[in-house]
Design a protein around this ligand. Structure first.
Ligand SMILES: Cc1cc2nc3c(=O)[nH]c(=O)nc-3n(C[C@H](O)[C@H](O)[C@H](O)COP(=O)(O)OP(=O)(O)OC[C@H]3O[C@@H](n4cnc5c(N)ncnc54)[C@H](O)[C@@H]3O)c2cc1C
Length: 368
């Protein structure tokens, strides 16, 4: 079985498939694990998946928790730090690259990994799928799983262009490590202007920056063109206040920036014949919706379904989708409230948000 993508969903699936006696191959386009420096959440059932994989202790060691949130007002005044509360026992914040590395390590002994390669064509018939790669020689697999993220190559090859499935939600995110210690290791510091937010986030003492801003869909945007991504951010911000001149200089100089048009992926079905989709490739829930947790729980569900009917992939794919789609759908809601809290569109909106956080810090932080 071939899995495209060694992010969060891919290695989790490889681990569980191997436990059920399958022999998975994972192909990953990147040479190793890349990171925006920013943590992602692992919560609820995903923590239990990690525990059963025997990786929870490593994830806890890699976890980061920031107890406070400080707002910088337009006049430069600091509000906070406001207490964000402690995470519950079944919640972890882990830098994405650490999470992916730990999951890959768990699967490494029982799965074949091909880094620095990508699927270029897929042809399926009644008995299998012929796959060609950028670098490796062509091979035939029983099944192919696309776990290759929001801009999935497998989805493009089998389900058609992403414009049919990707819905831009009106926000962009650019994130980069700042390669310097965080000035305040105990608080996220956030500065807003209407329609724009910039946050400096400590990750185990090191600072990372996130630019989150409103903007319409950009036709033809190339999700791999870092120069274009930097220009979009620089055009949106224009050195206007707080530490922005320095942060924008660092963005200009950064070799790599994680850039994301905050989008939801919605498809009428997650499988076609011997090919199925998993994680963000199937149902990205946008920035605010537990993408990493869903990627892990979805992988476990898919592996269990395939193990239950090993000779009948259609039944397995249907069972996986029926169960997991209900969870993904419920997380695809609630985006507007989170967007309004993070990136108010007006000056009044920013003032009201700051006041609300001062009065009700805990209830707001749980929703942000
Ligand atoms: C570099 C990076 C940084 C991220 N930073 C953040 C963040 O700061 N905050 C946040 O909320 N979310 C972030 N995400 C997204 C978040 O990790 C995912 O929403 C979540 O983990 C879902 O997991 P997934 O495995 O479905 O997708 P992903 O974690 O996106 O993994 C997909 C994997 O597929 C690989 N891939 C892509 N195309 C191909 C191809 N053609 N062939 C082979 N492999 C391919 C990618 O390199 C990646 O390793 C980031 C994703 C990436 C790739």
């Amino acid at each position: 079985m071939l899995i495209s993508g060694a992010g969060v969903a891919g290695p989790t699936l490889a681990y569980w498939l191997a436990r059920h006696g399958f022999r998975p191959t994972v192909v990953e386009r990147a040479e190793g694990q890349r990171s925006s420096g920013h943590p992602v959440d692992v919560r609820g059932a995903a923590v239990r998946v990690a525990e059963r994989m025997g990786v929870l202790a490593r994830l806890r060691a890699a976890a980061t928790h920031v107890p406070g949130l400080t707002f910088i007002t337009a006049s430069g005044r600091r509000i906070g730090p406001l207490a964000l509360g402690r995470p519950r026992g079944d919640e972890l914040e882990v830098p994405r690259a650490d999470l992916a590395t730990v999951l890959c390590d768990a699967a490494r002994d029982d799965a074949e990994f091909l880094f620095n390669d990508s699927v270029t064509a897929l042809h399926q018939d009644a008995a299998g799928v012929d796959v060609t790669f950028d670098r490796a020689r062509p091979r035939r697999f029983d099944l192919v799983i696309g776990a290759d993220g929001v801009h999935s190559a497998v989805r493009g090859l089998v389900f058609g262009p992403e414009s049919d499935y990707l819905r831009h939600l009106g926000l962009y995110l650019a994130a980069l490590p700042l390669n310097r210690p965080a000035a305040d290791p105990n608080a996220v510091v956030m500065y807003n202007t209407p329609g724009r937010a910039v946050a400096v986030h400590p990750v185990r003492g090191d600072a990372g920056a996130a630019f989150i801003f409103r903007g319409p869909a950009i036709p033809g945007l190339d999700h791999r063109d870092t120069g274009w991504h930097k220009k979009i951010v620089l055009d949106a911000y224009r050195d206007d206040g707080w530490e922005l001149p320095d942060l924008l200089d660092r963005l200009r100089a950064a070799p790599e920036v994680y850039f994301h048009s905050v989008s939801q992926v919605r498809l009428p079905t997650w499988s076609r014949g011997r090919v199925a989709l998993l994680g963000d490739a199937a149902a990205s829930v946008s920035l605010f919706g537990d993408g990493s947790s869903l990627a892990m729980t979805g992988a476990r569900t898919l592996a269990e379904a395939l193990a239950a009917t090993p000779d009948d992939h259609r039944t397995a794919f249907r069972a996986y989708e029926k169960h997991h789609r209900a969870l993904a759908n419920s997380r695809q809601r609630g985006y507007h409230a989170a967007g309004a809290l993070l990136v108010p569109a007006t000056h009044i909106g920013i003032t009201v948000r700051n006041l609300a956080f001062r009065l009700f810090p805990r209830s707001n932080s749980q929703r942000a």
